[in-house]
Each structure stands twice: as structure tokens, then as C-alpha cells.
Design a protein around this ligand. Structure first.
Ligand SMILES: [Zn+2]
Length: 479
């Protein structure tokens, strides 16, 4: 099936047509590792994970890169103002900037694991790519689209006519915005820094091009350098949060395209901000949650994952603690149905005779159509619940149970929020001979041979088991 994704650049749905047939390259703007990752960050990272999983599900080979920003992300988005976030955290905590970065990078990886993220193939650190950034800066200087002032290097926006095409910000707006921090050095207030001369910061390097001054790179240039290193000059999909669109992604496009002369990204995708209790998450409002905060409240990584992916990435998602309880119930409902199918498949519970091929095919079709429609996870989940209900209403044969379980396994493979296949509860694993008696009793009841049915029940009871009648048929439990 054709996968359609919303391209922020064209502002329309576009078919995913990778540059190389069958292979998709993805780059995701990753974490800035100066504090604990919060759930808003992870809405965007989980969207990227679900995107990758579904594209793989559709038979593409995906190469996924997510950077780790451990230098150069200033405390203000305007790169001329503010302090490097790592340095600011260092000043507050007394740890070195390098230790801060290491500590929070480890914490980020722990959160990825806790939230069942399929790890990107490469997660490079910006500080390991200073040389590659220098090569691009050097090239931009030689091409005359960047200039140096007192050791600082700026990208000259006027030399790149496409600037503003992603965010749609018009020239006047950009100028007005940039005037907030007037910098006399720059030719144009919109110009942004590629390299900042500095000898005070803990993280500083000799400029990696001839004749440059000691300092540190700007934030934007790292993504241009690392995506090119791992994925080549042109990539299929680039994602980030909506706040990355301007200035970060606009600047990435300018640098990369001025450098290579080619279109940098085919499809730009941006996840919407997460709201918490109906408003923007902030520490002062008391609605700010790190991933660790939620896990410490006793919710599982699967439950948090479910709560963060359940709404399509471009729609407003309002996160609440009540939503986590709903996530728990929803996952429990799905896994209850899965466990029953496991019991039937494994002979713990007597099989019925229903085939469920039609329900399986229907659920897979609806699921695929929803996900192909710009990753409509809420509709895909609706298909999973519909299928859960269909399974519970039937009494499947062993083959039916197997087919049902493989459908659930696929939904789990794409969404990752239900967990591995449940095991048949060991305490309910009745011996095969008793299951045979149970099947005989069911047949006797059907034939209205009540005396035989009672005898069989007594024999089962004598062996220490009792019959529990459920909506989906009788089950044996230890008495
Ligand atoms: Zn980036």
C-alpha cells in the first residue's frame, strides 16, 4: 500500500517515494542532553519510532539516525543570545559540561529502553563531529555564502533565496524577529552563526578549517554534518518537533543545500507540541513531567508509550494522568484477548471451531490503511480494539487462535505499546486428560445429557480442578 505522509515543506500529503527503491533514510533531531528528558520530548521521539516501525512493516529497509546535541544548543533559540545549555547546566550543578552531557545521554538511552523504542541505527554525538562541521563551514566560506567577523562565522541568508520556505515566515517577520537581538557584526539580522569564537567555554576546539579561530559550533550545523555523514547528501525523511521548524530546520536546509546544491530532504515531518492538562507543560504550573516522574508513579513504559502515541502526531494530544489509567485498561483489554488465544493455542483451554480469518484480514486492512494515511494511530488503535472484541466474541480453533495471535503480533510490532505475547498462565495449565473431559462435558451439555455432564464435572473436581463458565466458553481453574 502507498504510504502518504504530510510534508511540512509542501504543506500537503505526499507519497513516500524513497530516493533508492526499497530503502528509506530518516534523520531525527535528537535530545539536547543537559536535563532529564520530559514526556513532551518523547511525544516527538515516539512518533519517529512508530514511523520507522510502520515503514519497516511495509517492507522498506530503514536507516535511522538520531543525533545527540551535547554542544552548541544555546538557551535562546536565537543563536546570538543565550548561553550554551550544557555550560549553563554545568554552572548550576558544579559538574563539568562533559559530565552533564554523559549523565543525561545515559538517562536518555534508559528512557528509550523503558519506552520500548527500537534504537536508531546511529546516535552520533555532536562533539564527535566537529571536524565534519568544519568541512561544511569551510566550503560555505569558500562559496561566499558564509562570512567571518572577529572569528565568528555567519551564514549569509541573503545568498540563499530559499530561506523561509519551510516555516513560511516572510522576510519582514524574519527581520522583525531577528531584531530582538541586534548584533552589529552581522550583515543582516537574519544571518545565523555557524561558529562562535570563544575561549571561556569548557567545550571549545581549534577551528577545524584553515585560518579559523578557537571556539564552538552553532547548533544547526551539527545536523547538516551528521546527516550527510551517515545518510549522504539527500535524505528521504527528516523529523522533529514543531518548535524545530524555525529556526533550526530552516537553517539546516540553508546550510545543506548551499553546500551540496541539491535538495536536502524529500519529506519534512513535525510532531505537534504535547499539552498536559490542557495547557503547555511548564515547571511553574506544576504540570511538568519527566519520563522518570511518570514511571515513579507506578505506570509502566508501555502505558506511557500508549498515552503518548495514541493520537496522530499532527493532532493536539492532551496528556493527563487519567489518560494513563485509560492506557492501562486498553492494554489490559488487548492482552486479555491475546492471553485467551495463547491458552487455546497451547491447549490450556479447549479450542472451539471458529476460524477468524475474516476478522484477521479485515483488522489488518483497516490498520494498514490508517497507518498509511499519515500515521493515523488513533484509527489504527480503533482497528485493534475492534479486532479484540471480535476475538472475544468467537471461540476460535487452534488455527484461528494462531492467526489471531499473529495479527496481534503485527500490531505490536508497529505500535510497540502492548508488549510481547502473554504467556498462558501456568496455574491454569490443566492436564490434557482433564481438558479432554471438559470437552466431553461440553458435548454432553450440548446433547442435553445432564447426567453424563455431571459425572464428568465430578471427575474433574476429584482431580482438584473446577469448571468456570465464561462468555467465551468453559475454562478450567485449580480448585
Ligand atoms: Zn537538528
Amino acid at each position: 500500500m502507498v504510504i502518504r505522509l504530510h510534508n511540512s515543506l509542501s504543506r500537503s500529503l505526499e507519497e513516500l517515494r524513497p530516493l533508492r527503491p526499497g530503502k528509506v533514510t530518516m534523520y531525527h533531531c535528537g535530545p539536547t542532553v543537559y536535563s532529564s528528558p520530559h514526556i513532551g520530548n518523547f511525544r516527538s521521539f515516539l512518533f519517529a519510532d512508530v514511523l520507522r516501525r510502520f515503514v519497516e512493516d511495509q517492507g522498506f529497509e530503514v536507516t535511522q539516525v538520531m543525533n545527540v546535541t551535547d554542544v552548541g544548543h544555546l538557551t535562546l533559540d536565537d543563536i546570538e543570545g543565550g548561553e550554551d545549555k550544557m555550560e549553563a547546566a554545568s554552572r548550576k550543578t558544579g559538574l563539568t559540561a562533559w559530565d552533564i552531557a554523559k549523565k543525561y545521554e545515559t538517562e536518555f538511552h534508559d528512557c528509550q529502553k523503558a519506552l520500548h523504542v527500537r534504537l536508531p541505527h546511529h546516535m552520533p554525538r555532536a562533539t564527535d563531529f566537529i571536524h565534519e562541521m568544519g568541512e561544511i563551514i569551510d566550503d560555505l566560506l569558500h562559496k561566499g555564502v558564509a562570512y567571518e567577523r572577529n572569528g565568528n562565522v555567519y551564514f549569509e541568508v541573503a545568498k540563499f533565496p530559499g530561506y523561509g520556505k519551510l516555516s513560511g515566515k516572510v522576510l519582514d517577520e524574519l527581520e522583525a524577529g531577528a531584531r530582538v537581538a541586534v548584533n552589529e557584526e552581522k550583515k543582516d539580522p537574519r544571518d545565523f552563526a555557524l561558529w562562535k569564537v570563544d575561549n571561556k567555554h569548557q567545550m571549545q576546539w581549534d577551528a577545524p578549517w584553515h585560518g579559523g579561530a578557537r571556539g564552538f559550533p552553532g547548533w544547526h550545523i551539527e545536523c547538516s554534518a551528521m546527516s550527510q555523514h551517515y545518510l549522504g547528501e539527500q535524505i528521504d525523511i527528516h523529523t522533529g518537533g514543531e518548535d524545530n521548524m524555525f529556526p533550526h530546520h530552516e537553517c539546516e536546509i540553508a546550510q545543506s543545500e548551499a553546500h551540496t546544491g541539491k535538495r536536502f530532504v524529500s519529506i519534512w515531518m513535525h510532531a505537534r507540541h504535547l499539552l498536559v492538562d490542557g495547557t503547555k507543560m511548564s515547571k511553574s504550573l506544576g504540570n511538568f513531567f519527566t519520563v522518570g516522574d511518570i514511571l515513579a508513579r507506578g505506570y509502566s513504559g508501555l502505558e506511557l508509550r500508549y498515552a503518548l502515541i495514541r493520537v496522530q502526531y499532527r493532532q493536539t494530544l492532551n496528556f493527563t494522568l487519567k489518560g494513563l489509567d485509560e492506557a492501562r485498561a486498553a492494554i489490559g483489554r488487548v492482552n486479555g484477548a491475546r492471553q485467551r488465544l495463547v491458552r487455546i493455542r497451547d491447549g490450556v483451554e479447549p479450542p472451539g471451531s471458529d476460524g477468524i480469518d475474516v476478522a484477521v484480514a479485515q483488522a489488518n486492512d483497516v490498520f494498514t490503511a490508517a497507518m498509511s494515511d499519515d500515521l493515523n494511530v488513533s484509527e489504527a488503535l480503533a482497528a485493534v480494539f475492534e479486532f479484540t472484541g471480535a476475538c472475544n466474541r468467537t471461540h476460535p480453533s487452534v488455527a484461528g487462535a494462531k492467526a489471531g495471535l499473529s495479527a496481534f503480533a503485527r500490531f505490536e510490532d508497529v505500535l510497540g505499546c502492548f508488549g510481547p505475547e502473554p504467556v498462558a498462565d501456568a496455574s491454569s495449565a490443566a492436564p490434557a486428560e482433564l481438558l479432554a473431559l471438559l470437552a466431553q462435558r461440553t458435548a454432553a451439555k450440548k446433547a442435553k445429557d445432564w447426567a453424563l455432564a455431571d459425572t464428568l464435572r465430578d471427575r474433574i473436581a476429584a482431580a482438584g480442578w473446577k469448571i468456570v463458565d465464561t462468555a467465551t466458553g468453559p475454562r478450567l481453574e485449580k480448585a
